[in-house]
Ligand binder design. Structure first.
Ligand code: ADP
Ligand code: MG
Length: 252
């Protein structure tokens, strides 16, 4: 069986800067795959390339065997490849429930929000979506706060809401760029549990962070990025003990 996600010799240069350089990796079904590296290593650029936010200078992205290189994010969501965005996509004045509903429509129909509601299918889709909202809120333990304004949630719960919004579109792969940045240790533990719950439903997760301990306890495999290139790649314990990683990253 071919892997869910195949990244092949992906590069993105900004002028003379090689932000991501000749990067290859695969992610299997049901896997939690980590990308780790210091600030500026190219982690966000890598996620942006795979999720269609940034176009590659060269290289290929395949999802479930289909070449999806350079496709825009809303197309990739339809293939089952979703990602979280920064808190700007959480509608602060809307409730948690309303955020999920809106997030789902915007992910699928960017720019077509209004025309979508005028179609005859809207009622049907809305029902399907209502049951999905209830399901996802229960699943991520947000059902108790479903009527709370997003802006009134603690920061950790806002991060979880960001994941809930992405899950509305039934992804097969979810990419999370620094989901625990700025969180307390307890909130980070919560997010880690949530990521495990997501995987338990068969959804693969690509997670980015720079904290080796957090990542080693969460990921099945880890890729270490350094100056846009792969420095090491494998099981967490092997990556942690790799002399190149210790020298370049841990031994800073
Ligand atoms: P990380 O997420 O690992 O901290 P990034 O992928 O954000 O790293 O950035 C990698 C390098 O690419 C950095 O040197 C950054 O300044 C540069 N970079 C990222 N995006 C752009 C852009 N849009 N234009 C120019 N340089 C960029
Ligand atoms: Mg980043």
């Amino acid at each position: 069986m071919s892997p869910l996600l195949e990244v092949h010799k992906l590069s993105r240069f900004f002028g003379g800067l090689r932000a991501v350089n000749d990067l290859s990796f695969t992610v299997s079904s049901g896997e939690i795959f980590g990308i780790i590296g210091p600030n500026g290593a190219g982690k966000s650029t890598a996620v942006n390339l795979v999720s269609g936010v940034t176009k590659p200078t060269s290289g290929k992205v395949r999802f479930q065997g289909t070449d999806v290189t350079g496709q825009p994010p809303h197309k990739l969501v339809q293939y089952g490849l979703a990602r979280t965005f920064q808190s700007t996509t959480v509608f602060g004045n809307c409730t948690v429930e309303e955020n999920c509903r809106r997030g789902s429509y915007l992910a699928r129909y960017p720019g077509f929000f209004h025309s979508f509601f005028s179609t005859s299918k809207a009622g049907e889709m809305r029902q399907a979506s209502d049951s999905r909202v209830a399901e996802v809120l229960e699943w991520l333990d947000l059902h108790r706060v479903r009527n709370v304004r997003a802006a009134d949630l603690p920061y950790g719960a806002q991060k979880t809401l960001g994941m809930a919004i992405s899950l509305m579109a039934w992804p097969k792969l979810l990419m999370l760029d620094e989901p625990v940045a700025g969180l307390s240790a307890a909130e980070a533990d919560n997010v880690r549990d949530t990521i495990r719950k997501i995987r338990a439903e068969g959804i693969s997760v690509v997670v980015i962070d720079h904290n080796m301990r957090f990542m080693a306890g969460l990921c099945d495999r880890i890729l270490v990025l350094h100056h846009g290139q792969e420095l090491a790649h494998g099981l967490p314990q092997d990556v942690l003990s790799d002399p190149n990683v210790i020298e370049a990253y841990l031994g800073r």
